[in-house]
Ligand binder design. Structure first.
Ligand code: ADP
Length: 768
């Protein structure tokens, strides 16, 4: 898979994009001016803020300086004041009115966190289904008093203040020290695992999201999609994973030079789990890559550098957008209507040997540029080094740019990226919250960082699993003395995003199927959301539209999925492969397929024939798992047990699936090959043969085990011959464990148990 890299085409105009979905979204956006759309009032907006979470130190920037900053504050801090745009939707002043009521209230610093014990357990179903227990007073049929939604904020960390304000506005109940009984919502500052004792309610993090959004995994997920849909997934710069793909990268640069000696391409190297520009540097030669960090190989991504970004005031900038993933199954995505733009502080020049190390010219990170003397803290949202996205769009619109097209492309980018992430997230989800077991449901706010090219094509830079939700910024109150002071823009924006996320997650609303008030839209409100977005021009200080009844502004989050399901459904091939994978995964809590489960999959889907004997299946399994074990061993998620790192993970299964699809189908395009194999598999599993996997697993025979050991021997031979497998399977990498004699017996008894459960998911393998 490594030789299928994603190519970004930075200089294509967006108008020339032939993407099927782009076209459709654009058409829908144009409906904005229709009478129906006008039913949706212009929506007040909040401005998301930027940057990652950690202190920064880059080879481009002063390490010490960055560190001293990061101590003070690890996220974006804005000093911008009132919204100054007449685009119409970027009006946060009215939101500010609500917030101003709350401003100045002293927020407790919570140091101890209560352990959450649940009084009552709920069954989880990997969806937003939530049982809002005791939302009404029991025993009082006529005068049921609505109980406030309860939120455990004990793990909220830096988002605590914004969260408190949100809860207060909603008149919900906060539990800053946790609660013995169950809460409706648990707000975590970092990860799903911030509190491992939750068995009900909703948590604001998905298991596995941090891992999935590390640069290597994100690149891999997008690359897989690019293999299937090269045109649709051309918004992510072509990337190579280091150190594994260094040779390919090096060969690529050589090839480019051979074909055009004058072309000077620049590449950007980013450490796998870095943030805020930490460890990033630009290169022009493969030899400039720093492969080692001390004695360890440095896990990183090297990526084509977008050489011609859109400039404003001669400065490079990027966009931070907040995106809510409300549920995985069915997928629900919302986008905040307002974003932030973060500006560089040194005029941009295309990279040359002299300016490669100019951090303030090439990196837009707030955390870096705020250290520049040129950084401008502005009270206006349309000037300074941090501005609202709407103010930038307004400026572009005044120059004749079709900003609806820009928005439409951004929405497409966001939906496609989430579609690429979902399959692996589902595997994490099932491992952490197995169906049928008590557990919470999840949602999460993500921070998308997007660059616009000179030709207005959005390019994805990264996705943050923990976008900063701080609402104060750092100020030097005396020489060398820094203090956090309230940042009105951050406060308005982030409180709005958090509050409206909470509104969308209100268990009462979800239970009764009533979507949140106008502008937000749950799944039932398809067609009422994006059509009014981007909003029409309007006076910047227009009063906020309030919801009748609760006095809250209209939602600042807009649903884009399932609203646009039809346009993007065809992209969900890997998701369907993941459904197969999960079906054969077997043991709850596991994330990898064992060899017998893989064989069972092949048998149940009737994929084995004279062209694909089971011995070849075994070789395929061993070869692919061995290579993936080598490439993923350094990027395991903390907390994974050894059994979770052996066997065939989803990405390896997808690779195997692609190979099987290629063998069976004569179709020219990979996507057609894969679609056709999926149909075969789904037909066998969902038809009258659906009981087969159970029977097949029960019949894991001596013959199977013999065949597996034959397969191992053949794989050993193959690995001697195959350069790919021999290069990737180092002496430190062992083949995955194969079935022990006890495994088939366990499989039999387990599957007999499962046979008794008529509606339970199909389980076939027990040996992972
Ligand atoms: P981090 O998580 O450390 O902030 P990013 O991927 O966001 O890493 O990169 C940091 C900055 O580098 C971005 O904000 C952007 O300004 C710049 N950058 C990143 N990737 C590219 C690219 N491919 N082309 C041009 N600029 C880039």
């Amino acid at each position: 898979m490594s030789d299928h890299a994603v190519k970004v085409e930075p200089d294509h105009t967006t108008a020339s994009s032939g993407n099927k979905d782009n076209v459709v979204v654009t058409e829908e956006l144009v409906l904005d001016t229709s009478p129906a759309a006008s039913l949706s009032p212009p929506v007040p907006s909040c401005v998301p803020s930027a940057a990652g979470v950690q202190g920064s130190a880059t080879p481009l920037a002063s390490k010490d300086k960055a560190r001293s900053r990061s101590k003070m504050g690890r996220d974006d801090r804005s000093t911008e004041g009132k919204v100054n745009t007449d685009i119409g939707y970027a009006i946060s002043t009215h939101v500010g009115k609500h917030l101003n009521r709350l401003r100045g209230e002293k927020v407790l610093q919570i140091k101890c966190a209560g352990r959450v014990m649940q009084g009552k357990q709920e069954t989880n179903g990997n969806s937003t289904h939530h049982r809002p227990r005791d939302r009404h007073e029991p025993g009082n049929k006529h005068q049921r008093k609505k109980k406030p939604v309860t939120v455990d904020t004990s793990k909220a960390k830096t988002s605590l203040e914004a969260l408190k304000m949100s809860i207060k506005q909603l008149k919900w109940k906060e539990f800053p020290l946790g609660r013995r009984a169950a809460c409706d919502i648990y707000w975590h500052g970092t990860s799903f695992h911030d509190n491992d004792h939750i068995v009900s309610g909703q948590v604001n993090k998905f298991p596995g999201m941090i891992e999935m959004l590390k640069k290597i995994n994100l690149s891999r997920a997008l690359r897989t999609m690019h293999e299937l849909f090269p045109e649709e997934y051309n918004f992510y710069p072509r990337s190579w994973i280091l150190p594994d793909e260094y040779q390919q990268f090096s060969a690529q640069i050589r090839g480019l030079k051979d074909s055009d000696a004058a072309a000077h391409r620049t590449f950007i190297v980013k450490p796998d789990s870095g943030s805020q520009g930490e460890g990033i540097y630009l290169i022009r030669e493969a030899s400039e890559v720093r492969l080692a960090a001390g004695s360890q190989a440095r896990q990183a991504v090297v990526q084509e550098y977008v050489q011609r970004p859109l400039l404003i005031d001669k400065l490079k900038f990027d966009i931070r957008l907040y995106v809510l993933v409300k549920a995985l199954e069915p997928l629900q995505i919302y986008i905040a209507k307002e974003g932030l733009t973060r500006f560089c502080t040194e005029p941009y020049q295309e990279p040359n040997q002299k300016n490669l190390s100019h951090v303030f010219m090439h990196l837009t990170n707030y955390s870096l540029n705020v250290q520049s003397d040129n950084f401008v803290h502005s009270d206006s949202q349309s000037t300074g080094s941090k501005r609202t996205f709407s103010s930038v769009l307004y400026r572009l619109a005044s120059k004749g740019v079709d900003i609806k097209k820009v928005w439409s492309d951004v929405i497409s980018l966001v939906i496609k990226t989430v579609i690429a992430l979902v399959p692996e997230l589902k595997v994490h989800y099932q491992a952490d919250i197995p169906p049928g077991k008590p557990g919470p449901t999840c949602f999460q706010i993500l921070g998308f960082d997007i660059l616009l090219t000179k030709n207005l094509k959005p390019v994805l830079l990264e996705v943050n699993s923990n976008p900063s939700m701080r609402i104060e910024h750092e100020q030097e109150v005396a020489p060398g003395v820094f203090q956090y002071v309230s940042s009105p823009v951050d406060e308005d924006v982030k409180v709005c995003v958090i509050r409206d996320t909470l509104r969308l997650m209100d268990p009462g609303i979800n239970k009764h199927g009533h979507p949140p008030p106008a502008g937000g839209g749950g799944a039932a409100q398809q067609g009422t959301v994006i059509t009014s977005w981007p909003p029409r021009a309007g006076p910047p200080d227009k009063a906020p539209e309030e919801e009748p009844g609760d006095g809250l502004p209209t939602l600042c989050l807009k649903q884009v999925y399932p609203k646009y399901t039809k346009q993007f459904q065809y992209l969900c091939l890997v998701d369907r492969i993941a459904t197969l994978f999960l079906r054969f995964l077997g043991i709850k809590g596991n994330m990898r397929l064992g060899p017998t489960a893989f064989r069972t999959f092949i048998r149940c889907c009737k994929l084995s024939n004279s062209n694909l004997p089971m011995a070849s299946v075994d070789i395929l399994y061993i070869d692919i798992t061995r290579r993936w074990a080598a490439s993923t061993q350094d990027s395991r998620e903390a907390g994974q047990t050894p059994t979770q790192t052996h066997g065939m993970g989803l990405q390896a299964f997808v690779e195997a699936f692609f190979q099987l699809a290629g063998r069976r189908s004569k179709a020219a395009l990979l996507r057609d090959q894969v679609a056709s194999l999926l149909e075969v598999c789904e037909a066998h599993l969902d038809g009258p043969l659906s009981a087969l996997p159970v029977a097949a697993a029960a019949a894991v025979s001596l013959e199977d085990r013999r065949s597996l050991s034959r397969g191992r021997a053949m794989a050993r031979e193959a690995s001697k011959l195959s350069p790919s497998s021999s290069s990737s399977s180092s002496s430190t990498t062992h083949p995955p464990p194969l079935c022990s004699p006890a495994a088939p017996r366990r499989a039999v008894s387990h599957d007999q148990r499962l046979q008794r459960s008529r509606h339970g998911p199909l389980r076939t393998n027990l040996e992972n």
